[in-house]
Design a protein around this ligand. Structure first.
Ligand code: SF4
Length: 349
């Protein structure tokens, strides 16, 4: 049974609605599962009533709908912006987010129904916004293949953002889908230092494994985009580090990158700063100066980062293949420089 307290869970019914994923509040808990294969992780298997989540224009996102097949994420990134959403489930935004995972068992069946609605306009659907669809649990539950099938057969374009090497399993399917709809595949990777990544993204595949995934996506002909996100101030943001990263991405076959400095919103902020205090106490003062009491880096920091990234992106040929570097690079820089970056929320991640 669920190890986390809370009458809602004891009642076997999830009675919450966090707004970000409407319908979850009406979902039914089927069972709670622990398994030796996933030591320390508890799965809460639910039957969801809806899957397509409307994304308001005011969010600044380049898509109007998102899908999350899970809640919580075992990739356990210290800085994950989605942490606070777990508190709506009576869980905490720290370890519970990493270890209490809600699994929408009937995701594909519900999605098929939603896509059949006459009102459905086949707008772009984003996967990987609040939780990683290819976190380890996907190996057990295999929710994505029928979701991809449903989107493609309904003529709905979609994008996937992940840190999960499990995506490689579905590359043949994604390749087929790309024959009939627009499919965009992005990998999130912001550092090549495996030791640091092991501290910041402790449950995610290593940088080396993610570079190999990028290569596989490229070999499948799917033009991998890379979200250099988050750029972690004073830990992953030196010119030498970014140069090494972009060189690795280019060698792996990435075709374009976006970069986003780390946001520290409530939930993620406490969890990240606690880690920083333990591991890099000398940086606390600099973080205070950079973020103040807010969630975002200063405009000066963003501008300096953009200035350093611009020539590196160009040098490594990562400005995308849809146009000359000079046409695309400003978009990358704008993503770096402006707070509500187009991909910031979905990836940021
Ligand atoms: S940042 Fe993404 S991959 Fe990391 S824990 Fe959050 S949802 Fe998962």
């Amino acid at each position: 049974m669920c190890s986390h307290g809370g009458m809602r869970w004891a009642d076997q019914t999830i009675q919450v609605d966090d707004g970000a994923l409407p319908g979850l509040g009406r979902d039914d808990l089927v069972r709670t599962v622990t398994t030796p294969e996933f030591a320390g992780i508890t799965f809460h298997e639910v039957l969801c009533r809806s899957l397509l989540n409307p994304v308001p224009v005011s969010s600044g996102m380049p898509f109007r709908f998102s899908i999350n097949t899970f809640r919580g994420c075992t990739h356990a990134c210290r800085y994950c912006f989605a942490r606070s959403t777990h508190t709506y489930l009576d869980f905490d935004a720290g370890e519970d987010f990493d270890k209490q995972i809600v699994v929408k068992l009937n995701a594909a069946a519900v999605l098929r129904k939603e896509l059949r609605r006459r009102s459905w306009q086949r707008e772009v659907v984003a996967l990987g916004t609040n939780t990683d669809p290819y976190q380890r649990a996907e190996g057990r539950y295999r929710l994505m293949p029928p979701v991809i099938g449903a989107l493609a057969s309904s003529g709905t374009p979609f994008s996937i953002l992940t840190k999960g090497t499990l995506l490689a399993r579905d590359l043949p399917l994604l390749r087929q889908a790309a024959d009939v709809v627009d499919v965009s595949v992005s990998v999130s990777l912001s550092m090549v230092d495996g030791e640091l990544a092991g501290q910041l993204d402790p449950g995610a595949p290593s940088p080396r494994a993610r570079l190999a995934l990028i290569r596989e996506i490229a070999d499948a002909g799917l033009a991998p985009h890379v979200m250099v996100a988050p750029v972690v101030p004073y830990l992953t943001d030196s010119t030498a580090q970014l140069d090494a990263l972009l060189a690795g991405l280019a060698a792996a076959g990435a075709v374009s990158v976006s970069a986003i400095p780390m946001h520290l919103r409530p939930g993620a902020r406490e969890w990240f700063l606690q880690w920083l205090a333990d591991e890099h106490p000398a940086l606390l003062r600099r973080y205070r100066a950079l973020y103040g009491r807010g969630s975002y880096v200063s405009a000066e920091y963003s501008a300096r980062l953009a200035d350093r990234l611009r020539p590196l992106v160009s040098h490594h040929g990562l400005a995308g293949r849809s146009g000359p570097v000079s046409d695309v690079a400003p978009a990358v820089v704008a993503t770096v420089a402006s707070r509500p970056a187009t991909m910031a929320e979905p990836t940021l991640f």
